[in-house]
Every structure is written in C-alpha cells, then in structure tokens.
Ligand binder design. Structure first.
Ligand code: KG4
Ligand code: ZN
Length: 341
C-alpha cells in the first residue's frame, strides 16, 4: 500500500451510493467518523412490483440525488469543502450506477478534488470499520445481501481472499422469494425477520444444503422445499414456516463462517450486507463468537443495508492506497470483490 498524501488525518470524504434502490449520500472524516448519512429508500416505488424495477430505480435516482447530497452536506455543515468525492462504480444496476458516478465526477471536477471509484462489495466490508476503526485483521467477513453471498478472508486493508459464495440464489434473494411466496410483501428479509419472532424455528426441519466446496452456499433447494411444504400442508402456520426457513439459512451461514474463521486463524467474524440486519443471524453470530473466543463485529442494522457512509469509508482507504480514480473509469455492473477499478 502506497500512502497517498490525499488521505491523511482529517480527510473529509463525500460518499455517494446509487447501485440499486437506495439513493444515499454521507460525509465521513478519517474513514470512520460519520458526520452525516442520508438514505432515501425507493422501496415504496418498487413494492407493488415485488422487486426492484431498474428503469424506475434510475429515474428515481436522478430526481433524488441532488436533494440527498444537499441534505448530507447541510447536516455535515460543509459547503463544498470536502477533500474527495467517492461513488459506487459497481456492481449494481447500470442505469442506477451511472447516475451516482456522473454526479460524483461532476462534483469532484467543480470542487477541484479527487474522484474515487468504490466497489460496492468492498464498501459493505468497511461498514464494520465505521464503528470499530481498530478492528484487528485478519477477519472473516460474511457478506450477505440481496445480490451476493460471499465468505471473505480480509487479510489487510484492500487485500481479500474469496473463500466461498453461493452457487445459486443469494441469501437476501432467498428471503425475498420466500417472503413473496408467503405473501409477506417486499422487501422480504425484514418481513420474515418480524414474522419469525412469532413462530417456532424447530417446527419444520427444512434441509441444510452443504455443497461440495467447503465454503460455498446453496439456497434454491431450501426455497423449493418451503414452497413444496406449504403446498402440501396449506394449514401450516406462516410464522412457523418463516421461523424454520430463517433458522435453516442462519444455521448454514453460521456453521460455515465459524469453520472459515477457525481454519484461517481470524480474530473475529464480521457481518456485512442487508441480511446482516437479521436479528436471528446477529444473535447466533454473537453466541458463536462468545463460545469460540472470537470477536463479533456486527455493524448497526442501518449500516448493514445500503448506505453512503460505507462508500465514503472505503473511498478513504482506496484514496490512501491507489490515489484518485481516473475520470474515464465508468460504471461496472459486474464488478467482483477482488477486482477494483
Ligand atoms: O445490502 P442490501 O441493502 O442491498 C444489496 O446490495 O443487495 O441488501 C438488501 C437485502 C434484501 O434481500 C433484503 O430482504 C435483505 O437484504 N434484508 C434482510 C433484512 N433486512 C434486509 N434479510 C433478512 N433479515 C433482515 N432483517
Ligand atoms: Zn448492498
């Protein structure tokens, strides 16, 4: 890592996040001091379609981004005097990404400060550092969101080893699809989390899929098992189905994450991504860490789901290691964690 004079103590980064259906802006100092964080969710616009509609999302970002950035700047008490502008360049929806990337480059040019392209997955990893800046490495990070399920060994800042991932549905996708089938609405994760508190997690023994590769996951068979069970037993209590499904997902996630942490001598386990807001997953990771002498790093639920504070934090580290991102770098809908623009 080549320290850049551009990201020293007191460096103030404006982060912008528009990769999916949240329009967000935040001002963060020194990669961990969140001065403002504004998130405008488009969830109501997409709810009646049961999922994110890309065209609607990008149009909404165009309308919402300027007021969201203005609010983040006002709340932070800064008037254009930021030291860098960081924006998510991928992965995500191309139209949505382009709105944030274009705005960030424009602001950086107007203010004469560096632009930093941020990988959305790396940003999720940095959510833990917002609240635990001195978190000791290496750690194993379970990154579970609507689009991704990754088990990552974070060895140093900017250095990641991908240990495994899903071979079919992402964990959040499974929550969303099962919730939709059960008529619990969108987004499905928070709905299942809520309903499951009224149900018995041991009511139905749903399968725990164990793919061949040690740290891979598979959730599509579980989703089918839920559908088949409900069709066969229409009288079943929805809360029991939700609780039993959630328990099956959490069981597999926690078992594999613990094994990875132990195998790689990690100091602890970090959760990241929207599914990391799940109350049962958080409870099980906490208990597991206490039992096995590991540190649990659980970002607060608002930092698990998409936000721009994590983008600003990751941007600070990228500025320090790589310097500014050239302005001809575009949006990359299929960016992977180990590749950075
Ligand atoms: O990280 P995120 O906000 O956006 C993506 O980058 O995908 O994650 C959104 C996902 C959705 O699938 C949503 O259902 C899930 O995170 N989610 C949850 C909870 N809150 C959000 N899943 C389970 N339990 C929750 N409490
Ligand atoms: Zn995300």
């Amino acid at each position: 890592m080549n320290p850049s004079p551009l990201a020293g103590p007191g460096t103030k980064v404006l982060g912008i996040e528009t990769s999916c259906d949240e329009t967000a802006a935040a001002v963060v100092v020194d990669a961990h001091h969140v001065v403002s964080s504004v998130v405008s969710s488009q969830v109501d616009l997409h709810a009646r379609f049961g999922g994110v509609v890309p065209e609607i999302a990008s149009r909404a970002h165009v309308e919402l981004l300027a007021p969201v950035v203005a609010q983040a700047m006002i709340e932070a008490g800064v008037d254009g005097d930021v030291d860098a502008v960081a924006a998510t360049v991928g992965p995500g929806l191309i139209g949505s990404l382009l709105v944030g990337v274009s705005a960030a480059k424009t602001l950086a040019l107007v203010w004469g400060v560096p632009f930093v392209g941020v990988n959305h997955l790396e940003a999720h990893l940095y959510a833990s550092f917002l609240e635990e800046p001195d978190l000791p490495l290496p750690v194993v990070v379970l990154l579970v969101s609507g689009g991704h399920t990754l088990l990552v060994l974070m060895e140093a800042h900017g250095r990641y080893r991908l240990l495994g991932g899903t071979i079919d549905d992402a964990a959040g996708e499974a929550f969303d699809k099962v919730a939709r089938f059960l008529g619990l609405g969108y987004p499905g994760g928070p709905a299942i989390d809520r309903v499951a508190t009224q149900g018995d997690p041991a009511a139905i023994a749903f399968p725990r899929a164990i793919p061949d590769e040690a740290y891979d996951f598979s959730f599509s068979g579980l989703k089918t098992a839920v559908i088949n069970h409900v069709r066969k037993h229409p009288e079943v209590v929805t809360a029991d189905v939700a609780a039993s499904f959630q328990e099956a997902v959490v069981d597999v996630l926690v078992t594999k994450t613990l094994a990875a942490a132990q195998q790689h001598g990690a100091s602890g386990i970090c959760l990241a991504g929207g599914v990391a807001a799940n109350s049962r997953l958080r409870e099980r990771v906490l208990d597991t860490c206490v039992q096995h002498g590991l540190h649990p790093f659980l970002p607060s639920p608002s930092m698990c789901t998409d936000n721009a504070a994590m983008v600003a934090a990751a941007g600070w580290w990228r500025l320090q290691s790589d310097g500014p991102t050239p302005l001809d770098v575009g949006a990359s809908p299929n960016l992977t964690l180990t590749f950075h623009p």
